[in-house]
Design a protein around this ligand. Structure first.
Ligand code: ZN
Length: 132
């Protein structure tokens, strides 16, 4: 009989290629979950049940053009860790509007964002040429 009362981690999944194990507290019990490489881990996560756990990537932010401006858009990759749909989705947070997109939708929208940035460059170049 062991006298060690230290809680032992519960291993829920084994490491597979493209995945790693991250600790998480589930209803106060430390466990390890298998995470995709893009997941930032679950430090501070304490879901009540495993189905409440989601993987999150690092966020990318677009700040407003004013010096010291807050972010205009945030984006990250998310996926439910368990459940019927664990496919990753791109989440864009525009403050009042949060949109979840499948990767193909996100790529299409990113093309529109690139076209918008190209248009801003064109406008800026026109302004620069107008000053010459
Ligand atoms: Zn994860």
């Amino acid at each position: 009989m062991s006298t060690d009362n230290t809680p032992k981690p519960v291993v829920l999944a084994s490491a597979t290629p493209g995945m790693h194990l991250s600790p998480v507290l589930i209803s106060g019990v430390r466990a390890f979950v298998e995470c995709p490489d893009w997941c930032e881990g679950h430090e501070g996560d304490s879901p009540a049940f495993l189905p409440d756990l989601s993987h999150y990537s690092q966020q990318v932010a677009l700040r407003g053009p004013r010096e010291g401006a807050e972010w205009l858009l945030l984006a990250d990759l998310r996926a439910d860790a368990f459940g019927p749909d664990t496919a990753p989705r791109v989440v864009v947070d525009a403050g009042d509007d949060i949109v979840e997109m499948h990767p193909a939708q996100a790529l299409k929208w990113a093309d529109q964002v690139t076209a918008f940035a190209d248009r801003i460059r064109s406008i800026a170049r026109t302004a620069t040429e107008g000053q010459a």
